[in-house]
Each structure stands twice: as C-alpha cells, then as structure tokens.
Design a protein around this ligand. Structure first.
Ligand code: SAM
Length: 516
C-alpha cells in the first residue's frame, strides 16, 4: 500500500495533534498539519491502514506507544529552512564547496553531495543553488526516513512563508510562482537533486558505495538517535566519504565524545568534520551522548580551514585529539571570564556559556541572567544557552520567563528532552506539582531510560504524597542506572549528572520511604 491518495480528514489531524500534545508535549497548530499529514502518509501504509481515524484509535490503544514512537521523528519533518545556519552555509559556499569541486574536476568527475535527513528539501535545494551560482557541476542525493517528505521535496513546491532565509535575488533566480501563493524551484535546481527514502539507522546502506561522496550534510537528525546508532551512522558516513570528504552536523550536535575517525575542522567561523586523507587512531569508547560543541567567534572570511583534531597531510594546523575525559559527576568547572582587550578575539559562544555557568554556580544570578540573555540574542540557535537562560529564570523565581525560554527551545527542537526536564524542575520549584509531573512524564515518554527523569518524578510523587508512584519511579531510576549516559544540554546547578549517582540517590530515597 502506498501513501498516495490517502484520505486524511481534518478531525483525525486534530485528534492526533491533541494526542501528541498530551503524550509528548508537542504543540502542533493548524499551520503544522501539513507536516502531520506527511507523517501519516508515511506511517499508515507501513502498518497496513488507510483510515486516519482508525490510525489515531490504534495510537490510543494498548500497543499505541510503540507506534507513537515510530511516528514522532516524522512529525517534526517541517523543521527545516533554506540556508539554515547561515554561518555554516557561508563556510560551505566560500571554502568547502570550491575545494571539493576542484578536487573532483582534477579527477574528471562530478562532485557528489548527500543531504541525509533532508526533510522537505530546503537543504539540498540550497546546496543546488550554491552550485548553480558558482556554475559548478554537482550531483546531490537527498534522502529522508519519511518517504512522503522525500516525495513532497521532489515536487519542489513551497508556500511563500517557507522562503524565509532566501534573498530576493535567489527567489527571483531560482523560483517561479504557481499563482496560488506558492513557489516552485526551477528545473535547473531540481535537476541537480535526486530524492529518495532512506533509513540512516539501518545497519547497512547498500545504495551507498564506499568512498563515493565528497560531502555529507546530516544536520539536526542525529538528535533523534541513541549513542550506538550515532556511532554506527558515523562509521558508515566515514566509509562513504572519499578521503578529504566533509561532513556537516547541526548547530547543537557534535561528536565531541563519540569515538570517531573523523577530524574536526574549523572553517570560516564554524566547525565541520572531515575524513582525513590518511587514517588516524580511533579514540576510546564514548562516555556520553551529545554535548555542545565549542564554537569559534563569528567570522565571514574564507581563510583555509583549521584542523583541530588529528594530523593533517594538508599541512594545516593540527592538534592531537583530546582523549575522552572521565565523565564528571558535576558539570565542568567553568573558567572565570577574562575581559578581552581591543584586537583580541571575541569570546566564543561556548566560552560565554561557561561564564554564565560560572555566575550561576557562584550564586550571582543577575550577572548570569545578563550574560545568558545577551548570548541568546547573539546566537538564537544555541539550544544549550537558551535552556540555561530558562534555568536562570527558574532560579530567580521568574517562572513565566522561564517557560517562555523553554517554549522557545521547544519551538526550535520540538523533541528536546532537556526542555521537558527543566520545565519539570520549574514546576517543582514553584510547587506546581501536577505540571511538574506532566512535563517529566513527557520527558520520559521521549527518553524512557533517562534515570534522572525517573528520579525527579519520584521526588514529585513523594511531594504529592503518592508514595506508590514515588517508589515505582525510584525503582525505574535504579533500573536505568546502567543506561547509556545522556549529558543534558544546558546547566542547572546541583543535579546528579551520572546515571550511577542518580541510581544511588534513588536507592536512598527508596529506602527512606519504604521505612515510613
Ligand atoms: C529536523 S529535520 C532536519 C532537516 C534538515 N537536515 C535541516 O537541518 O534543516 C530532521 C529530519 O530527519 C529525518 N529523520 C529522522 N530519523 C531519520 C532516520 N533514521 N533516517 C533518515 N532520516 C531521518 C526526519 O524525518 C526529518 O525529516
């Protein structure tokens, strides 16, 4: 059964939106029903259904949880835009793209780029526009888990509001209007891109030949994966790239603590990963999941890239890769802020965030607030900064502002587990225990093995005098103390950070309330 021609009526979309709000805290307004429809078009045929009402009933039923988890990554398909992350695209356009095209032309072949997790196509079409502007031949392969998203992308039709991020010149050159308030990409753009459905989490990718690609964009996708999946995907990406090939991740994603053969490279004020021209040693196994990546100060120049890991035959600056550090049970000790003099480089966002953390840990919340607000204004996509700002508000008792910050984080990253956990903490701080329980339940729906989430839920249940619920939650926290570590983005002081520490605290609480 294919998704073509499925009848998906509005009442079913409304019911689904309310179910997603209740279970995962996703707020989907009628504007987002297009994305919901795409997700249903992918999932319903996969489980042999053609009636959307029946699908929603199935989700509400006993076996619904598994299906809801399969649906979730597809639901946020709409979260993309043309030339998303301007700094990264500038670096690609000015430095990486000319280099990879030149290398390809030296061996008389066409450069090949993969947009993996392309959603509705804005990313691969942006790459195609760069290629056309530079009159450089390129082959772009664009894939997504959701076949309906890939089909929609291939049509190349976008409502006017989705063209944000595009200059007037690009709209005029690369789009024509349909006359119904929509725009369609011109044939030269479309001809450069081939769209297909493809699951990155599958253990083998028969369609991808070893050493065949010059660059891979996989931005804002690995946030959906657990650590073993990330390791597998990165391994396969590495093998798929030619030596010297490039890989781009999203702004809040990094491989900082993932064992990888990639080298990390600073290019044009942003970071990218690169398959070294010669092999390098693989670091030790990971200790935690995604961490914010240190980022350099904004820059608009097109200097050659600076290699910050591993040795580089290109003669560029090379530093030895940092061995993975033992996972701290508390957040890293921040360096005090040193004001920089004129002519010295500005602090990077990560350095600025460290200053916020330092101010929080010293109890200087007004300073933390000032610094965090400025950071979020300057780097609106920095999820860790936005979450930390929310936490500063929580610590200062400004609950409305805190919720607004977490809401803004969720608008950028709808499945952000951290925002749910911190909203739970905000509820606890304000004594709004029912709200806290809902938010923590949502966090655990998104990440069932999050020991800290179970532990906090235990605390909330204790305060609600639901001792049975508290015992259940503490037992779950203990059960998941060996789960892969998930280092939370954003800083909240005095949280037990390692699963082992969380499990121990849960054990104490469990013993204490079992005696009562
Ligand atoms: C937030 S969008 C990112 C779109 C684009 N790369 C960007 O950064 O703007 C994430 C996309 O990843 C896709 N995705 C999630 N899991 C995937 C998987 N296992 N394989 C391929 N794509 C996946 C989703 O369907 C969604 O379209």
């Amino acid at each position: 059964m294919s998704g073509e021609g499925l009848q998906i009526e509005r009442p079913a979309l409304e019911q689904l939106a309310s179910l997603l709000l209740e279970r995962a805290g996703l707020k989907i307004t009628p504007d987002g029903y297009y994305g919901l429809r795409l997700a249903l078009t992918a999932r319903m045929p996969a489980i042999g259904l053609d009636d959307a009402g029946e699908y929603v009933r199935r989700l509400r039923g006993l076996a619904g949880e598994t299906e809801l988890r399969a649906l979730l990554p597809l639901v946020t398909v709409g979260k993309t835009e043309f030339f998303r992350d301007t700094r990264q695209f500038n670096a690609f356009e000015r430095t990486v793209f000319p280099e990879l095209v030149e290398r390809a032309s030296l061996s008389a072949r066409t450069a090949k780029i993969w947009s993996a997790g392309c959603a509705t196509g804005e990313e691969p079409y942006s790459i195609a526009m760069v290629a056309l502007e530079r009159s450089a031949p390129v082959d772009i392969w664009a894939t997504d888990l959701n076949p309906a998203a890939a089909d929609s992308a291939a049509k190349g039709v976008f409502p006017a509001r989705r063209l944000v991020g595009l200059s007037e010149e690009r709209i005029a050159r690369f789009f024509t209007t349909t006359g119904e308030g929509s725009y369609v990409v011109t044939p030269p753009v479309r001809q450069l891109v081939t769209f297909e459905a493809h699951n990155l989490a599958a253990p083998f990718w028969p369609q991808v030949s070893a050493g065949s690609l010059d660059a891979i964009f996989c931005r804002n996708v690995i946030i959906y994966f657990d650590q073993p999946t990330i390791v597998g995907v990165m391994d396969r990406f590495f093998d798929a790239l030619r030596p010297g090939g490039w890989m781009f991740l999203g702004y809040s994603e990094s491989l900082f603590k993932t064992p990888t053969r990639f080298e990390m490279v600073e290019v044009g004020g942003t970071f990218a990963y690169r398959r070294p021209v010669t092999p390098r040693r693989v670091p030790d196994p990971p200790r935690s999941m995604l961490t914010p990546l240190p980022r350099p100060a904004p820059s608009t120049d097109s200097r050659p890239p600076l290699v910050v890991q591993a040795s580089s035959p290109s003669g560029l600056t090379s530093l030895v890769p940092p061995p993975p550090l033992p996972r701290p049970s508390a957040p890293p000790i921040p360096r005090p802020s040193m004001p920089r003099g004129p002519g010295e480089p500005a602090l990077t966002p990560v350095e600025r965030l460290r200053d916020v953390v330092s101010a929080i840990d010293q109890g200087d919340f007004p300073r933390a607030l000032r610094l965090a607000r400025r950071l979020v204004d300057d780097v609106p996509d920095d999820l860790a900064a936005r979450l930390t700002l929310g936490n500063v508000y929580v610590l200062m008792g400004s609950l409305d502002e805190a919720r607004e910050s977490f809401g803004a984080a969720l608008a950028r990253e709808p499945l952000c587990v951290e925002a749910r956990v911190y909203l739970g903490l905000a509820g606890m701080q304000a004594g709004q225990l029912e709200d806290a329980k809902i938010e923590l339940t949502r966090a655990l729906f998104l990440e069932p093995t999050l020991a800290l989430g179970h532990y906090l839920l235990g605390q909330v249940n204790e305060r609600r005098t639901d001792l049975e619920g508290a015992r259940r939650a503490y037992r779950n926290a203990i059960k998941h103390r060996k789960a892969p570590e998930h280092e939370l983005l954003g800083h909240f002081p005095d949280l037990p950070r390692s699963n082992e520490a969380v499990g121990q605290s849960a054990q104490y609480r469990l013993a204490a309330i079992s005696e009562t």
